[in-house]
Design a protein around this ligand. Structure first.
Ligand code: GDP
Length: 286
């Protein structure tokens, strides 16, 4: 999904999410486990104000397991519950509702004290494009689950997806914008294809990628492509092209094809589990 964000669009989205907040008990903030800094909407905490939230580090299957744990501990240290989830195997999907219940246990107890019983906990999923919101909603709702109809007191257009008797999700997730003005963010989002890679020619993008990964994950590049680590990332892209037979006009390396091979293999996890960001890189994110 490619969305062009412009100020009017952002204001409208913000207003829609604020409206939805009145109907829900908890926000489910989806981040990409490989890049929790870059895949975070910069205004989300201001938009949701004091609404309880849970952070889902989605696509955890593609990220480094050890760094996933570091992120969860980081969030814990700032009193935010985070879970590493992957919608392919369903890892930790079953922990989401119990965690949410625990986060809002005081409110649930107050409701019980007031005699409000049997009302389902309602959640809104939010996140930037391509972070996996639709896949997540389908996974958590087990796909076959029917939508519940409109109910009195609920805006007509809102549909609720029943997860179980106690838990419902708003069927349309909140789609939010990423940070636009930070080079690292733009690059990381382009690597994971959360934004159109046309911000940069794919050859340029893959050279930047190699330059970054050869420092953080040199063995992934070495093992996957059987190449050596070199000072010049352009030379390394050429080596990848050579190894993969990306040749044009007899002997020249097809850099465009080599770049596509590299980025595609990273994106589907064939380069191994790679995290682009660690909690140490955080500067004023929360
Ligand atoms: P949305 O734009 O936020 O609704 O994102 P989508 O649900 O359309 O997902 C974007 C892409 O990410 C799709 O190709 C999904 O198959 C993929 N995806 C979603 N969740 C996961 C996950 O946990 N692991 C992996 N490997 N891919 C995922």
């Amino acid at each position: 999904m490619n969305i062009q964000w412009y100020p009017g669009h952002m204001v409208k989205t913000k207003r829609q999410i604020s409206e939805s907040l009145k109907l829900i008990d908890v926000v489910i903030e989806l981040l990409d486990a490989r890049a929790p800094i870059s895949s975070k909407n910069p205004d989300i905490d201001e938009i949701i104000s004091n609404k309880p939230k849970i952070v889902i580090l989605n696509k955890a299957d593609l990220a480094d397991e050890k760094i996933n744990k570091e992120w969860i501990n980081f969030y814990k240290s700032i009193n935010i519950v985070a879970l590493d989830v992957d919608c392919i195997t369903g890892k930790n999907i079953n922990k989401i509702f119990p965690s949410i219940k625990n986060i809002i246990k005081n409110k649930l107890q107050k409701d019980i004290n007031k005699g409000i019983i049997g009302r389902p906990v309602r959640a809104l999923v939010v996140g930037i494009p391509n972070v996996g919101k639709s896949t997540f909603i389908n996974k958590i709702a087990n796909k076959s689950t029917a939508q519940t109809g409109d109910r009195p007191g609920v805006t007509k257009s809102k549909q609720w997806i029943k997860v179980n008797n106690e838990f419902e999700l708003m069927d349309t997730p909140g789609i939010l914008w990423p940070k636009f003005d930070d080079e690292m963010v733009a690059l990381h989002l382009a690597y994971i294809k959360a934004i159109k890679e046309e911000i940069l020619d794919i050859v340029e993008l893959s050279i930047k990628f190699i330059d970054e990964i050869k420092k953080s994950n040199p063995n992934n590049l070495k093992d996957r492509f059987k190449i050596e680590i070199k000072d010049d990332p352009t030379e390394m892209l050429k080596d990848i092209g050579r190894k993969r037979g990306c040749i044009v006009a007899g002997s020249e390396i097809d850099m465009y094809r080599a770049a596509n091979v590299l980025m595609e293999e990273f994106r589907i996890g064939k380069l191994g589990r790679i995290s682009l960001e660690t909690p140490n890189m955080i500067i004023g994110v929360e």
